[in-house]
Design a protein around this ligand. Structure first.
Ligand code: ADP
Length: 262
C-alpha cells in the first residue's frame, strides 16, 4: 500500500510536471512563431533593418525552451540516484570557487565548515547540484548584494524534534545556505517546493529548483526546511542522514552520548 501511495504521488508529480511543461513551452513557442511571422513580413516588405531584432527574439525564446527541456530531463533523471559515502565539507570546499564566481562581486561568500562533520550517504553530484541551486536562488534574492553563508553541522534529532520536522529521529548532517536577501512571505514558503511554482519572470525561473532539491533530500532519507524573514533573508537547511561505516557503527553509541551532551 505504501509503494502504491508512493507511485501515485510520483504520477501526480509527473502530471503536474507535464501540465506545467506544456504551458511554459507553449508560451515560448508562441513567442518564436510570432517573431518568425514578423520576420517574414518584414523581409517581404524589404524592411531589413528590423530583421535582426526578430531573429534575436526568436533565438532568445528558443534558448530558453532548450534550457527548460534540460532542466526537465534533470528532473526526470532524479529517480536514478547513485548514493555513496560523501563528506559534505570536502564537497563544499571543492565548489567554493564556483560559488564565488556565480555570486559576483557584490555578494560576500562565507563558509563555516564544522570540524568532525559526519559523512553522509547520498549522490554527491546531486548534492552539489542542489547546493548550487540554493546559492543561485540566494543570489537572485540579493539583487543589491549581500552575504551568502554556507554552514555545516552535525544534528542529533530526538523523537519530538524529528516529528516536528517530519523526519525520522536519528543522526543527520545539516547543510545551511543563508542569504541576507528579500526573504519569503508565508504564502511563498508554503508553495516553494511545488513543481513550477516561481515568482520570477517568464524565462528566468522554471520553479523546478526547490522541488528537485526536495525530491533529492527525501529520497536520500533527509529533509529540507525553510527559515525566512521578509526583508531580512532566508536560510535553506538540508538534512542528510549520517553514514556509518562498519567500524563507526560499532562505536556509534558513545559518540551519540557525546552529541547529546553537546
Ligand atoms: P525558481 O528559482 O526557478 O523560481 P525554485 O523552485 O528554485 O524555482 O524557487 C521557487 C520560488 O521560491 C522562487 O521563485 C522564489 O520566489 C522563492 N525562493 C527560493 N529561494 C529563495 C531565497 N533564497 N530567497 C527568497 N525567495 C526564494
Amino acid at each position: 500500500a505504501e509503494e502504491q501511495l508512493r507511485q501515485s504521488q510520483k504520477m501526480e508529480a509527473v502530471g503536474q510536471l507535464t501540465g506545467g511543461l506544456a504551458h511554459d513551452f507553449n508560451n515560448l513557442l508562441t513567442g518564436i512563431i510570432g517573431s518568425l511571422e514578423l520576420l517574414k513580413a518584414r523581409v517581404a516588405q524589404g524592411r531589413l533593418e528590423q530583421v535582426d531584432r526578430y531573429v534575436t527574439a526568436a533565438q532568445g525564446a528558443a534558448n530558453r525552451a532548450a534550457a527548460l527541456t534540460h532542466r526537465l530531463l534533470a528532473f526526470s533523471r532524479r529517480q536514478t540516484l547513485a548514493p555513496k559515502p560523501t563528506q559534505p565539507n570536502r564537497l563544499i570546499a571543492g565548489m567554493e570557487e564556483l560559488v564565488r564566481r556565480t555570486m559576483g562581486p557584490a555578494i560576500q561568500v562565507e563558509t563555516v565548515l564544522a570540524a568532525g562533520l559526519w559523512p553522509t550517504l547520498c549522490d554527491p553530484n546531486q548534492l552539489e547540484n542542489a547546493l548550487l541551486n540554493l546559492c543561485i536562488n540566494a543570489r537572485d534574492a540579493m539583487p543589491d548584494g549581500g552575504r551568502l553563508t554556507i554552514e555545516t553541522g552535525n544534528a542529533w534529532l530526538d523523537d519530538r524534534t524529528a516529528r516536528q520536522r517530519d523526519m525520522a529521529p536519528g543522526q543527520y548532517v545539516a547543510i545551511s545556505v543563508t542569504d541576507t536577501g528579500t526573504g519569503m512571505p508565508p504564502d511563498v514558503v508554503a508553495r516553494a517546493f511545488d513543481p513550477f511554482f516561481t515568482t520570477k519572470p517568464i524565462g528566468q525561473g522554471t520553479g523546478l529548483g526547490l522541488s528537485m532539491i526536495y525530491g533529492f533530500a527525501k529520497q536520500s532519507g533527509g529533509q529540507i526546511r525553510i527559515h525566512s524573514a521578509v526583508g531580512r533573508g532566508t536560510t535553506m537547511r538540508v538534512y542528510l542522514p549520517r553514514h556509518l561505516g562498519e567500524a563507526e557503527a560499532d562505536q556509534a553509541a558513545p559518540e551519540l552520548a557525546t552529541a547529546l551532551r553537546a
